[in-house]
Design a protein around this ligand. Structure first.
Ligand SMILES: Nc1ncnc2c1ncn2[C@@H]1O[C@H](COP(=O)(O)OP(=O)(O)OP(=O)(O)O)[C@@H](O)[C@H]1O
Length: 593
């Protein structure tokens, strides 16, 4: 729930927070008070934005919409009904959350610039609507807050009170962001940002997760918006639903370091004071000249430290902090009972996965043509066929990544019931794991974190997920690389990581797509041993492989796919000696010879 304040990172953060809180109280002048209120407000806005823009990687440029909704809701409730802005703050957050759901559902399916453009369009639409609904919003001239003084109305003569409230709200947003980053949700959002398909394969419902992030971010933005507009005592569409504001919030996070907890705060604390000072210095030159300073800083940062302040200096700061003492004894690790796959008393040859008469067309190409297959309990079924025969297309249908045009897929779930699934996350939750032909590691995360992402399917507890990951790392020979970033692994290591991540979901059925492609003979031998160990632990395996020797050595049965159809299936020796199979691989002349 809270950081371990005995650890150097946590207590140093606490000291820094105390310092930034004390400075404005100590200096106590109008300039400093205003500057620190702005610093807390913009840091909080940027930290809230970062939940969607950084963790989930969705570049929203319309976040001011929630800031404006918060501000308008509170101001209208106070002005029309005499309701305190504290209640307005909660009402605004609820409305913003609801609006975020409505907006997110269609827009979060868009990628990159399309999503950014959609958010700008929504911001503009809301701004125009507020101008149009003049009778109750005040139109383009805006509305002022009645000047009732006191804590109930968040209007004070003593400006120091604003610092206290701004700081408390900033702490709230910071805590939520920290909590998300450390929890399963944070890992899930980063996984979605890095590789959406791989995220779906470990059971993440990507759209739901992004919507959750958008709602939390919107509600927090709205709360801060309410406070800031109450502080300004005036709201109008141009400043509340402003593209400039949206870009400014995103820019602070970008400069500080996207996707980190502290980055947006560092970005705000670096840029905002410079820009505010420049506003004073450059006001004589022309209105809005301080925007030039923002632009210059952004260009310098993008050119020199593309991963922002946190990316450039974060590792050095972490190393320095690691030298500081831990205050007290480190917590003992909790022990968790390992939940391994169980066979539910099934005997060998009892089916666990059935595909019946699958058809899949891509335009005029029939990639899957009436394919039926059955995978049995404790079996290794090899799937072979020439390049482009349609093997991966069958895999994609068997794991929910492609919907068959016709045909049925049923599997025995973890509880022993026959079920039909239609999305990758449902397959994963029911006990089917898969790897990808081209390895899809979450490159920015360590090997341990990559495997934990699979383990999170069964637990939201970080320590338990870590223990499952350690167990799987041992099974897949990855213990030596736990703290290595996935991007630094060799091809063999990446392939094993693919298997490990799928295994961490504790599947009963595992689909392995060319896990030996590109490996040297030593790594192939290791992979063969690993697959045998996995089968021995009670998992049924469907294996696409071009390495014939390994497939022959591993498979109990082999199914051959050619031109989208099942050519034959049976015992490995019978299959490879079948003239039709030789012809499919090597051509008619070779077969005749
Ligand atoms: N999304 C897609 N859109 C259009 N065509 C596709 C798509 N996916 C696969 N195909 C085509 O379907 C056919 C079967 O491809 P698939 O990847 O399933 O073959 P494969 O047997 O796995 O091949 P390989 O062994 O080379 O991986 C190929 O002709 C491929 O170009």
């Amino acid at each position: 729930m809270f950081p371990d304040f005995r650890s150097p990172k946590a207590y140093v953060s606490l000291i820094l927070l105390a310092v930034v809180f004390i400075i404005p109280l100590y200096l106590h002048s109008a300039f400093w008070t205003n500057l620190f209120v702005l610093l807390f407000v913009f840091s909080a806005l940027s930290v809230a934005w970062n939940i969607v823009g950084g963790y989930a990687g969705q570049l929203s440029l319309g976040h001011a919409v929630f800031y404006g909704i918060g501000g308008y809701t509170a101001t209208l409730l106070t002005q029309s009904f005499g309701i305190t802005p504290w209640i307005g703050m909660i009402a605004g957050a609820l409305i913003s959350g609801a609006v975020a759901i409505v907006i997110s559902y269609p827009t979060l399916r868009l990628k990159g610039p399309f999503f950014a453009l959609a958010t700008i369009a929504i911001l503009e639409v809301v701004r125009l609507l507020v101008i149009h609904e003049e009778s109750w919003t005040g139109g383009s001239s805006g509305i002022s807050l009645p000047l009732n003084i006191g804590w109930t109305w968040i209007v004070f003569r003593e400006k120091v009170n604003y610092v206290i409230i701004a700081f408390c709200l900033f702490l709230l947003v910071l805590w939520v962001s920290w909590y998300i980053r450390k929890s399963r949700m944070g890992y899930y959002l980063i996984a979605i940002r890095e590789r959406e398909d791989a995220a779906r394969a470990v059971g993440i419902h990507t759209v739901n997760m992004k919507i959750r992030a958008a709602v939390i971010s919107a509600m927090l933005t709205s709360v801060i918006g309410t406070f800031h507009i109450t502080y300004l005592t005036f709201v109008d569409p141009a400043s509340a639903f402003s593209l400039d504001l949206s870009i400014q919030i995103a820019m602070f996070a970008l400069i500080g370091g996207l996707g980190t907890v502290a980055g947006p705060i560092a970005g705000t604390f670096l840029v905002l004071p410079i820009a505010e000072l420049a506003r004073g210095w450059l006001s004589g030159v022309g209105n809005g000249m301080h925007g030039l300073i923002y632009g210059l800083i952004l260009v310098i940062v993008v050119l020199t430290i593309p991963r922002g302040l946190a990316g450039a200096f974060g590792p050095m700061v972490e190393r320095l902090m690691a030298r500081l003492p831990y205050l007290g004894k480190p917590r003992a690790k909790r022990e968790f009972k390992q939940r391994r796959s169980s066979g539910h008393g099934l005997t060998a040859n009892q089916p666990v996965l059935k595909a019946e008469n699958l058809f899949k067309n891509f335009g005029g190409l029939r990639a899957t043509d009436n394919v039926s297959l059955t995978l049995n309990e404790h079996e290794i079924l090899g799937m072979i066929g020439p390049n482009g025969a349609g093997k991966t297309t069958v895999f994609n249908q068997l794991s929910g990544f492609l919907a068959p045009d016709k045909g049925n897929i049923t599997m025995l779930d973890k509880k022993g019931h026959w079920i039909t699934c239609n999305t990758p996350d449902k397959f994963a939750h029911s006990g089917l794991g898969r790897t990808f032909q081209t390895a899809q590691p979450f490159t920015g995360l360590t090997v341990l974190e990559n495997i934990m992402l699979g383990a999170f399917i069964g637990t939201s507890d970080r320590d338990e997920a870590e223990q499952i990951a350690l167990d799987v790392a041992e099974q897949t020979d990855l213990l030596r690389y736990l703290n290595t970033e996935a991007r630094n692994l060799t091809v063999g290591g990446m392939k094993r990581l693919e298997v490990a991540r799928a295994l961490a979901t504790r599947p009963k059925i595992l689909l392995l797509d060319e896990v030996m492609a590109g490996l040297n003979p030593t790594d192939i031998e290791k992979a063969v041993q690993m697959i045998r160990r996995i089968r021995a632990s009670g998992v049924s395996i469907l294996l696409i492989e071009h390495m014939m020797q390994a497939t022959m050595a591993l498979s109990d049965r082999i199914i051959v796919i050619n031109e989208g159809k099942v050519l034959t299936s049976g015992a490995p020796r019978d299959v490879v000696e079948n003239p039709a199979v030789i012809e499919a691989y090597l051509g008619k002349e070779y077969s005749d010879a």
